[in-house]
Design a protein around this ligand. Sequence first.
Ligand code: PTJ
Length: 248
Amino acid sequence: MSDIEVPESHPRYESLLTRHRIEEGVDLGITSRQGLIAQGRGEAFDYLIGEQTTASADEAERVAAAYLLLADHPVLSINGNVAALCPGEMVELAEAVDADLEVNLFNRTEERMEAIVTHLREHGADEVKGLTADGRIPGLDHERAKVDADGIGDADVVLVPLEDGDRAEALAAMGKTELVIDLNPLSRSAQSATVPIVDNIIRAVPNITRHARNLADASETELRTIVDAFDREAALADAERAIRDGGE
Ligand code: PTJ
């Protein structure tokens, strides 16, 4: 048993644990109620993909690690679902690739912003950006457009997990290299990404960190070879095929 009353041997253990974390996130004021709906959609796709990291997603995660290591200013964007599902894992990834963490919400309220910053600090983060909000993403309404000018505003590479399609497209339009984690390969976020990672964030983030640690000593030329070889259309097609065929 761990933090929920379900034995780890239960065949749907991971899925139930994930659901429990989102519920707890809502209770803590971190996750929005819309986050529950997003979770349900994610679970359905994860079930169809076989609740596993496909070979193609693993490759996308390695490519994401290479992009983060090559970046001048990488930023990891955190919303209410990400904060509830894998706060410590995001902090670890930020450390592994020397990235900033920035809270960036679709349904932005100051209370949720503060609650998430505190939650990330409790999970080991030193600095968390997002509260200054002195930058704007062009083409979005006021609240959703807010970013830190020296955070996402200045980033060349941004990891945006579980993002709403509108904002993912607007960030891509700013010319940023966008690494998107989204279990739906047909979502506008995945479709607009430089690197679409079709995997559950719970599995994807620790795997990107593992790849980043393995690539820590790689030369710039080696990292460039990895990112140049990536074919985003093939990755999206592989993911859709895996979902239609029930995994792999
Ligand atoms: O905290 P906020 O205010 O920023 O709001 C965050 C949500 C997630 C509510 C907001 O961004 C939203 O409404 O997102 P969507 O449009 O529902 O998109 C979320 C996408 O993430 C969907 O395509 C889901 O399939 C996918 N998803 C959900 N859970 C997971 C996931 N992908 C990977 N791992 C998951 N655990």
